[in-house]
Design a protein around this ligand. Structure first.
Ligand code: CIR
Length: 255
């Protein structure tokens, strides 16, 4: 069995000030968010993963969404230059943490930007959302870093949601799943399965056909059960209020 390590970062006390693009601001219960974050971490460890905490970034409201700070491919971590200026200070400690796990480091530099949430890996295909947070220069630089490692980088326009992975993620067999009203171009993916809820579009593959997913998508959980998967459900309501989902709360280090 491959031991997966996951980088996580506990929520900042300023979480409620996190950026919003497509949602209206509603009150965030910080104590509940802290409990939900711990339950998320517990779900990863229950799957046999080890978690590595990136030092807290209390001045960064969105720091908990640690996935956005990088993309890892093979033994390389490409550190993001965040699409939102406010989020750039999150990267330095995340870089130190992933380097300490033995990863080689590369950077996307000015004028390039990307957020890790815009990157969906399916086998050796790396889909990159081109939208509000990730620009063409960022994609060009990612291509330079990742294609020598055997990846094929495919740009996918994203307009309806914050990040590509707000719209789509993938099942273990490579089928891309998405909530169709929020998926800009389902035809961009060779295999696409529409799910009945927005929160159902996001899964973290825990191994052995277990899928970590949000409690906000019970019908989708049922659909996955019928297809032979075992949903592992966590309530992340406080992070969903800030346009977060199960993928953005960790960086999976699978090699
Ligand atoms: C932001 O707007 O950057 C945060 N409020 C949400 C980031 C969510 N990250 C992700 O989906 N990968």
């Amino acid at each position: 069995m491959v031991t997966v390590r996951a980088l996580v970062r506990r929520p900042s006390p300023r979480l409620a000030e996190g950026l919003l693009t497509h949602l209206e601001r509603v009150p965030v219960d910080f104590e509940l968010a802290r409990r939900q974050w711990q339950q998320y971490v517990d779900a990863l460890t229950a799957a046999g993963w080890s978690t590595v905490e990136v030092p807290p970034a209390d001045d960064c409201p969105d720091g908990v969404f640690v996935e956005d700070t990088m993309v890892v491919y093979g033994n390389l971590a490409v550190i993001a230059r965040a699409g939102a200026d406010e989020r750039r200070p999150e990267a330095a400690e995340a870089e130190r943490a992933v380097a300490a796990q033995g990863y080689e480091i590369a950077h996307v530099a000015d004028p390039g930007t990307f957020d890790g949430g815009d990157i969906l890996k399916v086998g050796s295909t790396v889909y990159v959302g081109l939208g509000g947070r990730t620009n063409q220069a960022g994609i060009d630089q990612l291509r330079q870093h990742l294609e020598p490692l055997g990846a094929e980088v495919v740009a996918v326009p994203v307009q309806k949601v914050l990040h590509l992975k707000s719209a789509v993620t993938a099942l273990p067999d490579g089928t891309v799943i998405g909530y169709e009203p929020l998926t800009d171009n389902p035809a961009a993916f060779p295999e696409f399965l529409a799910v009945p809820e927005e929160g159902g579009a996001h899964v973290v593959l825990l191994g052995e056909d277990r899928l970590l997913m949000a409690a906000s998508a019970p019908k989708t959980a049922e659909l996955f059960r019928e297809r032979g998967y075992t949903p592992v459900v966590v309530d992340i309501s406080e992070f969903e209020k800030l346009e977060g989902c199960v993928t953005c709360l960790s960086v999976r280090l699978r090699s």
